[in-house]
Design a protein around this ligand. Structure first.
Ligand code: ATP
Length: 238
């Protein structure tokens, strides 16, 4: 496996409080991986470590062979990691198009530009001049994903895409994933919906209280195994 991400023994702290304990995590180029776990398991903290929002100096987060632990967020974005954050975090005073264009400021070249994002989510072309936060929740989620894609990432982080959205909308959004993958972008999906996580991913990790409680091929896992891993530490599935 060609390593896109290779993390060994990652600890993370908020002051004295330890949120992650010795996390080891790997992703290959163009792979789709799901990360699941109960509230407070450490999923968002893990994404914060990957994007430099939670500093982790002196640790080992290898991205394409280079240690990015301790690197400022803007440099990590320039290096090719983009996040569609939980809650979307769109700029209310900016239009849909202006929000999308913010992603391009990172300055990476690639297949993703306004017209490619419009092709992926045609409704965003229709609503291009409307303030982004006047859109429906599902459409706002599309803007957040589109904005992340506009930076042409090698690794796209999707945090809680389905939160608060109707199942039919979630399905529409995830329908875009094969097109994103086919361009060679790896995707890390943080998801509460276990069924969706299993369906869209090649491999799956479960965190429990800041530890990896389960890792393996999504196709080899059952809902029961994942449910058990939500509450108790388990093992590796091959
Ligand atoms: P959720 O699905 O609820 O977002 P999560 O798996 O993403 O959960 P985290 O948000 O990473 O979990 O939280 C992991 C632990 O870190 C929790 O115990 C949480 O209370 C704690 N935590 C998160 N953010 C902070 C913070 N800013 N300061 C202190 N503790 C925090």
């Amino acid at each position: 496996m060609s390593a896109l991400l290779d993390i060994k023994n990652l600890d993370a702290f908020y002051g004295d409080f330890q949120a992650l304990f010795g996390i080891s995590f790997e992703m290959a180029e163009a792979e789709t991986v799901a990360l699941v776990g109960a509230n407070g398991a450490g999923k968002s903290t893990f994404l914060k470590c990957l994007t430099g929002l939670l500093p982790t100096p002196r640790q080992s987060i290898l991205f394409r062979g280079e240690n990015i632990a301790g690197t400022p967020s803007f440099q990590i974005a320039r290096g090719g990691i983009a996040m569609s954050p939980e809650g979307r975090r769109l700029f209310p005073s900016l239009s849909v198009e202006e929000n999308l264009l913010l992603g391009a400021n990172v300055g990476r070249k690639g297949q993703w530009d306004l017209s490619a994002v419009h092709e992926l989510f045609p409704i965003l072309a229709e609503k291009r001049d409307i303030p982004a936060t006047l859109l429906s929740g599902g459409q706002q989620q599309m803007v957040a994903i589109g904005r992340a894609l506009m930076s042409n990432p090698a690794l796209l982080l999707l945090d809680e895409v389905s939160l608060g959205l109707a199942p039919v909308i979630v399905r529409d959004i995830y329908a875009a994933l094969p097109k994103i993958r086919s361009g060679g972008t790896a995707v890390l999906v943080v998801e509460q919906d276990i069924g969706m996580a299993m369906k869209v991913s090649d491999r799956l990790y479960c965190f429990q209280e800041g530890h990896v409680s389960l890792v393996g091929d999504a196709a080899q896992m059952t809902r029961e195994m994942i449910s058990a891993a939500y509450f108790g530490r388990q093992k590796e599935v091959q």
